[in-house]
Structure formats: C-alpha cells, structure tokens
Design a protein around this ligand. Structure first.
Ligand SMILES: CC(C)(COP(=O)(O)OP(=O)(O)OC[C@H]1O[C@@H](n2cnc3c(N)ncnc32)[C@H](O)[C@@H]1OP(=O)(O)O)[C@@H](O)C(=O)NCCC(=O)NCCS
Length: 172
C-alpha cells in the first residue's frame, strides 16, 4: 500500500538513496543541503516521503520562500522566509519502482494543498533533466525573461538547461 509521510531529518538517508536512482550526479545534493531545508520548515508539513510498504519510493521537498529567493543547488544552509508568498518546489523524485502510479502527481498535489493552507499565492520550481514538459502538464509555465540578476545566478547553479517555472495558486 502506498502512503505519504512528512519527511523528517531521520529520513535523509532514504532521500539520498532515491536521489541517486533518479538524478544524474551533477544534480546530487548533500545530506546537509536536505537537512537545512527540513530544519527550516519543521512543522510546516511541506515535504513528503512516499512509502510502498516499508520501501521508500519517492519524495518531494518544498519550502515557502520570499519573493525571488530560491536556494542554489546543494545550498548547505537555508534561513526560513520572513513573508513568503511562494512555495518553492525544490525537488521531486519517484524511483523506477514507484512509477506509473501517478505518484509524482500525488506528491505535487499534496504540497499544493499545503501551500493553499498556508495562504501562499504561487508555486515555483527549477525544471532540470528535461522535465519541463512534465511540469507544463501540471500547469506550470516558464518564467518570462528577463529574470532578476540574483535569480539568474541561482538558476545557473542548476546547469545551462535549467528552467524557472511558475504556477499561480487559486483557492481549491
Ligand atoms: C518526473 C518524475 C517525478 C515523474 O514521476 P511519476 O510518478 O512517474 O510521474 P506521474 O505518474 O506523476 O506522471 C506520469 C506521466 O508523466 C510523464 N513523464 C514522466 N517523466 C516525464 C518527463 N521527464 N518529461 C515529460 N513527461 C514525463 C509520463 O510519461 C506519464 O505520462 P502519461 O500520463 O501520458 O502516461 C519521475 O520520472 C522522476 O523521478 N524523474 C527523475 C527526477 C526528475 O527528473 N524530477 C523532476 C526534476 S525538476
């Protein structure tokens, strides 16, 4: 049976194992980078691990951010946002074992519900590994150029093909 549980820092080894199955090495982040985001969002319930029985098969990590703030790839520290309006969907992965069950969609829907509960107005993400079409089907569109200079620099940390994508949130 498939279940979603709120991710705790104790789940980081499981997250790293899934990351290794789902992402090319240049996108791998350290335990410190995940732990910093989980610590900064403790109690917000915006990051989830998907379990198939005892087996972790997917995760989503997200965090509320201040306007135009987003962590660089593998940022070892993260300070909680002061006046967030956007949920930054930092990372989504579903292992080959968990695919073809709409699990990616379920994980995204779960954090969109949380974002609405938190009163946030938009969701943003950085699409990598040619995943843009996946996100477009979920209602995201590429952010229009020109981007603010600081945002461009952060986007560059995800490689030359990374695309910043956004989606407004409307009350369900
Ligand atoms: C992207 C990912 C999370 C999708 O998970 P999933 O649970 O298999 O996907 P869902 O069940 O939600 O959706 C499946 C649909 O998306 C499509 N899809 C999956 N990955 C896609 C991609 N990279 N680009 C475009 N479409 C994709 C599937 O073909 C399927 O299409 P269908 O509905 O027409 O059959 C998973 O493939 C993964 O972990 N990929 C590696 C990590 C990654 O690239 N994450 C996103 C980076 S920002």
């Amino acid at each position: 049976m498939l279940q979603l549980k709120v991710i705790d820092t104790a789940d980081v080894p499981a997250v790293l194992a899934l990351q290794a199955q789902c992402y090319a090495p240049q996108f791998h982040e350290s335990a410190d980078a995940f732990e910093a985001k989980l610590r900064a969002t403790r109690g917000l319930h915006c990051s989830f691990l998907a379990m198939m029985g005892e087996q972790p098969v997917g995760y989503i990590v997200s965090l509320p951010v201040d306007d135009d703030q987003l962590p660089t790839l593998d940022a070892p520290e993260w300070t909680p946002a002061r006046a967030p309006r956007t949920l930054y969907l930092h990372d989504l992965a579903v292992s080959p074992l968990g695919r073809e069950q709409r699990l990616g969609h379920k994980l995204v829907e779960q954090v969109l519900r949380r974002a609405r509960d938190m009163g946030l107005q938009a969701v943003a993400l950085v699409a990598v590994q040619e995943s843009g079409a996946y996100w477009e089907r979920l209602g995201f569109t590429e952010a229009a150029a020109p981007l603010a200079e600081g945002l461009c620099e952060k986007l560059k940390s995800f490689g030359p093909d990374a695309r910043l994508m956004r989606r407004p949130l409307v009350a369900a």
